[in-house]
Design a protein around this ligand. Sequence first.
Ligand code: HEC
Length: 264
Amino acid sequence: MTEIPDHLLERTRARRRALGLPVAGDDGGGAGGDAGPAPGGAPAPSAPAPMKSPVPIPAGDAAPDAPVVDSPQVAAHKARKKVPVWAMPVVAALPIWAFIYAGTVQEPGAPAIGPLEVGATLYDVNCAACHGGGGEGGAGYALDHGEVIATFPNATEQVLHVARGSSPIAGEPYGDPDRAGGQRVAGDLGAMPGFASSLTDIEIELIVWYERITLAGEELEPAQLATVLEDLQHRMETVGQEVDIEDLAEKVANGENPVLEGHA
Ligand code: HEC
């Protein structure tokens, strides 16, 4: 299965329109899309704007020893109900909650959507402009019909490649040394931008599995597939982190594939 059913794409487009995102095909294709930060992802959940805790208002400029008498304004201020201190973390956490919400692209009342659908939306926004809406290729390599799996038998190396991009390893071979048609060499087709600073680890994994399973048609053992999807489903509800490129590179060099084995 290598083609996305049209109704799925239509749902993705509708969802993107609802989110106010550009939709390929609406305006003559997403060629200008480039590797901008993902609306659903990039803004790192930086510390929410610091909120002041209620500070007692100094009672005017009374002399240190003078009896303190509140002015009517100060008395009114003290009498007013305030957000209790214990509630501050709840209030301060709201922007992060909004980020999680946007990251899972859920509409209120809509049934929970699966990791491959979220991966499809992230792919559409970040990758389709260069690799084609169905992975058929363009400025970047085709990923469909098993192509991306031929390059990366190890899914973790694919995560590494997307996070790091190809410029830092320009001229070096990557992926399967025995790839049909010859091993890939970074830079041969141009520059693949790195996404480590604009997408989180979980977002990149969601895209990678969408590319492998939906676009390239990878057939995993049913038990493996269940592990991968459960892991993604669980982790996409949390705020991801920046990919640790050195750590991934080390694991790949050791032949490990933690992305397949899941994180549980
Ligand atoms: C600005 C265009 C552009 C964008 C956007 C882009 N890519 Fe690429 N991609 C390329 C180019 C060009 C190459 C080949 C680079 C080279 O020769 O080293 C490439 C290579 C790749 C490869 C290696 C494929 C192989 O078989 O060697 C993968 C995987 C990949 N891109 C995935 C992605 C993903 C996932 C995204 C979105 C998160 C993405 N790309 C976004 C242009 C792009």
